[in-house]
Design a protein around this ligand. Structure first.
Ligand SMILES: [Mg+2]
Length: 427
């Protein structure tokens, strides 16, 4: 008998770069921000932007009139801090499109600047926009480059100094916690609710998988946000805390995956969170602070290939995890939904005014697409897409295509799709 299963809408598939048998996965670790909880990008980034701008105004910079432009940057672009440019590169690191400050560079200027350049992200000159949290930083940097060129900023200062100044103020912004306090006070304004995300985790838990929360956010932010996003969608009486076998906050990814930091227990007393050094087994009813992935592996008694880590940060969540520990990795890329719809409708240029598709640079794959291919075993637009498959799904990667494959018409871009839906039994 054929089932009525019709599969997910194409933009919500589980796309597979390397075959992943979910039956072999014993633990699934999750990042929180922009993974388990999706924010209204424009609202959040506009607020982050305003904080940086206001700090610069306090320092006497004439920038009070600047406003956030959500169309100026997309994830996957690269800031050239040496030249004050925002770039889109192809998979080989060749620059295909460039802005100087906020203004498009013409063909000759772009060729002059990058003819002999191959971008290597290991060089500090280049800053890859790894997450949606990077958009405010890229936007204000581009606008400040315009001001610097016009001689309107305090000097002497170069493009590199300018970038470092923005970065320093952005870090301070995040540390201040004022932005987060605003979000905790009014989460509806900043969070896009997805009732199916808690259900996807519940499904994995019922299938016997251990669930881990590993977030860089601190406990004072994690607790109210997870409560807001999860508890109302869970069965009566159940809270998000009961879903997870291990909760680690302030994890300091990517260092969490590469070094051994001290592990603390978060002790709540009189409304305050205190830290107590911890050794020995982890208690599932307690949240922890810091620590390391190696320690966690030992606690779980699992090897790297039995753990799937799901996150939205290209470097901090999937690149390092894959390279150092060989954990299996899933990248959450929310923009994929627009991207897949645009490809289907052949209206690529409509979704982003001048940058085009996220995963393409001209006819080639973009630098972002190459990173996804290298470091993410699977990728998908949101965590709740796991519900379209069973927790034991066998995700098979498509056969890799090469330009000489006879099945490919010359010059036609190939979009690699996985078979998340196809792996669900139809008989
Ligand atoms: Mg995140």
């Amino acid at each position: 008998m054929r089932s009525q299963y019709s599969g997910p809408p194409p933009e919500r598939g589980l796309f597979c770069n390397r075959t992943l048998n979910m039956r072999a996965i014993k633990a699934v670790g999750y990042d929180m921000d922009y993974t388990l909880i999706h924010y209204r990008v424009e609202a959040w980034e506009r607020r982050a932007y305003e904080y940086i701008r206001d700090r610069l105004v306090e320092q006497g910079w004439p920038v009070a009139d600047l406003t956030f432009d959500p169309m100026l940057a997309i994830r996957g672009l690269i800031i050239d801090t040496a030249k004050g440019n925002l770039l889109k590169a192809n998979r080989f690191g060749f620059v295909k499109k460039a802005l100087h400050g906020s203004k498009p560079m013409d063909f000759d200027a772009q060729r002059e600047a990058y003819n002999r350049t191959i971008i290597d992200l290991a060089d500090r000159r280049w800053v890859f926009l790894n997450t949606l949290f990077s958009l405010s930083e890229a936007c204000i940097y581009a606008q400040l480059v315009d001001r610097l060129d016009a001689g309107q900023l305090p000097g002497p200062m170069g493009y590199v100094d300018l970038y470092e100044h923005v970065r320093k103020n952005l870090d301070a912004t995040h540390m201040q916690g004022r932005l987060k306090a605003e979000i905790i006070a009014d989460p509806e304004r900043y969070v896009i609710d997805d009732p199916e995300t808690p259900l996807a985790l519940l499904d994995q838990k019922s299938a016997g998988k251990k669930l881990l929360l590993i977030t860089n956010s601190e406990w004072a932010y994690t607790e109210p946000m997870m409560h807001f996003a999860f508890d109302k969608h869970l069965p009566d009486g159940m809270t998000w805390r009961q879903l997870f076998d291990v909760v680690i906050v302030s994890a300091r990814k990517p260092e969490f995956f590469t070094t051994r930091s001290t592990l603390f227990e978060v002790v709540e007393a009189n409304g305050e969170a205190l830290l107590r050094p911890h050794s020995g087994p982890l208690n599932r009813s307690k949240p922890y602070f810091g620590g390391s992935a190696l320690e966690l592996e030992r606690h779980l008694g699992l090897s790297g290939d039995e753990i799937l880590y799901v996150g939205d940060h290209m470097f901090g969540d999937v690149h390092v995890t894959k390279n150092v520990l060989r954990w299996r990795t899933a990248l959450i890329l929310r923009e994929l939904e627009d991207e897949v719809r645009a490809i289907a409708a052949f209206r690529a240029t409509e979704i982003r005014i001048h940058w085009g598709l996220l995963t393409r640079a001209g006819n080639d794959k973009s630098h972002l697409a190459r990173q996804v291919e290298r470091y993410a075993d699977i990728y998908t637009s949101r965590v709740s897409n796991f519900l379209f498959a069973t927790p034991f799904v066998y995700l098979r990667s498509p056969r890799g295509s090469l330009p000489h494959d006879p099945s490919l018409p010359g010059g036609t871009p190939v979009f690699t799709t996985g078979d998340g839906a196809g792996s669900v039994p139809t008989e």
